[in-house]
Design a protein around this ligand. Structure first.
Ligand SMILES: Cc1cc2nc3c(=O)[nH]c(=O)nc-3n(C[C@H](O)[C@H](O)[C@H](O)COP(=O)(O)OP(=O)(O)OC[C@H]3O[C@@H](n4cnc5c(N)ncnc54)[C@H](O)[C@@H]3O)c2cc1C
Length: 348
């Protein structure tokens, strides 16, 4: 197992329940310093009350969490308790560098802490380690600061600065709402007009969104972000931001100049900071030696299994890239892996 975030822990739990012994039959490797998956790195102002709805891990509810506490702390403590309760024995920090074909139908997992030989790999490495920065003309000439959501630690450090926030996802809107009281000016640019979603996100809408992403992944296309298919939730803070003009969106600028951004029609916005809230991509570089990628750029996945190699399962990828999706996918992968191991004799 590679990765001990929501997806990895959910899968490790189901493996354990069906008789796989952690440390003996299953090894969980994670390169982060402590429990919490990517949540441990999220900015302190992303309080637990602000997250969209974190689904509990299987077998242990997350109850009584103070919504005013940083989600990083809440989730770190919860995952830590979870790992200890179910004795999941995560080995960290262990960085998986490559997964290769081994002898006798086995896979070799090369890491910062030696090489493992295994019959199946569950990959649950998330996206946090691969922030996506689009390239724009003139980007290298900008004299101000450019950073990505992955480096954002809160609004205070932008006091008095003019900030351009790029990106139409949940992170972009949250950054803008937080920055507005501190920054001298904020500008929001997105590639496509943002779509706001009225009302609660019911189960039917959830299923439809997941089906859309699943379809892309079945075709071997790179999965899209969940927000791109669900729309942005129109909560009170967002409504206020729209009314105040903080969420007044402009189309993507055409170039970056040394002191700001510029559109083809001559409009210029001076800026001290460009904050790229442009999302993340699946962190799968270590699987490259297996050549699973399709010409479309994605890995074709049926259920959770890589179509090109049934020994590889991707959890938290595409349709299962949410806390609820990861739980379900973990259970499904374990069923599949049991079948695979039952079919094949153990290689020496
Ligand atoms: C800002 C933000 C807010 C979000 N809010 C929500 C929300 O409210 N609700 C929701 O359902 N989803 C939310 N999501 C999506 C959310 O991240 C996922 O639902 C879920 O937490 C991802 O879990 P994961 O286990 O797939 O990945 P991660 O939590 O990223 O875990 C992956 C783990 O793999 C490890 N790893 C990666 N590469 C390697 C390697 N090569 N070797 C060893 N270990 C490796 C990492 O250290 C990490 O611990 C949010 C995402 C972002 C960016």
């Amino acid at each position: 197992m590679i990765g001990a975030g929501q997806a990895g822990l959910a899968t490790a739990y189901h493996l354990r329940r069906t008789g796989f012994q952690p440390g003996r039959d299953v090894v969980v490797l994670d390169h982060s310093p402590g429990p919490g998956g990517a949540w441990q790195f999220r900015w302190p102002s992303l309080t637990f009350g602000k997250v969209h709805g974190m689904h509990a891990l299987p077998g242990m509810e997350l109850t009584g969490a103070d919504p005013a506490r940083p989600s990083a702390e809440v989730v770190r403590e919860y995952f830590d308790r979870y790992e200890r309760t179910f004795d999941l024995r995560v080995r960290r920090p262990v960085d998986v560098r490559a997964v290769r074909e081994g002898a006798g139908g086995r896979l070799l997992v090369e890491t910062s802490d030696g090489t493992w030989s295994t019959r199946a790999v569950v990959n649950a490495t998330g996206t946090w380690d691969r922030p996506f920065w689009p390239r724009r003309p003139g980007q290298e000439t900008f004299r101000g600061r450019q950073l990505h959501t992955a480096q954002y630690t809160g609004p205070e450090e932008f006091a008095g600065q003019r900030v351009v926030v790029v990106g139409g996802g949940a992170s972009g809107t949250q950054h803008l709402l937080e920055l507005a009281p501190y920054a001298a000016a904020t500008t929001w640019v997105t590639r496509r007009p943002p779509v706001f979603r009225e009302g609660p996100f019911d189960q039917e809408a959830g299923r439809a969104a997941v089906a859309l992403v699943a379809d892309r992944v079945r075709q071997g296309l790179p999965p899209r972000s969940v927000v791109s298919v669900t729309g942005l939730p129109l909560n009170d803070a967002v409504r206020q931001g729209l009314a105040d003009g903080v969420l007044d969106r402009r189309p993507m600028f055409d170039r970056i100049t040394p002191d700001g951004v510029e559109w083809r029609d001559g409009l210029r916005v001076p800026a001290d900071v460009i904050l790229w809230a442009t999302g993340f991509r699946a962190a799968l570089g270590h699987l490259a030696p297996l050549r699973l990628r399709e010409p479309g750029g994605g890995i074709r996945v049926e259920g959770t299994r890589a179509v090109a190699d049934p020994r590889i399962h991707l959890i938290g990828y595409g349709p299962s890239a949410s806390t609820v999706g990861a739980n379900r996918a973990g259970r499904a992968a374990v069923r599949d892996i049991r079948r695979l191991l039952a079919e094949e004799p153990v290689a020496a």
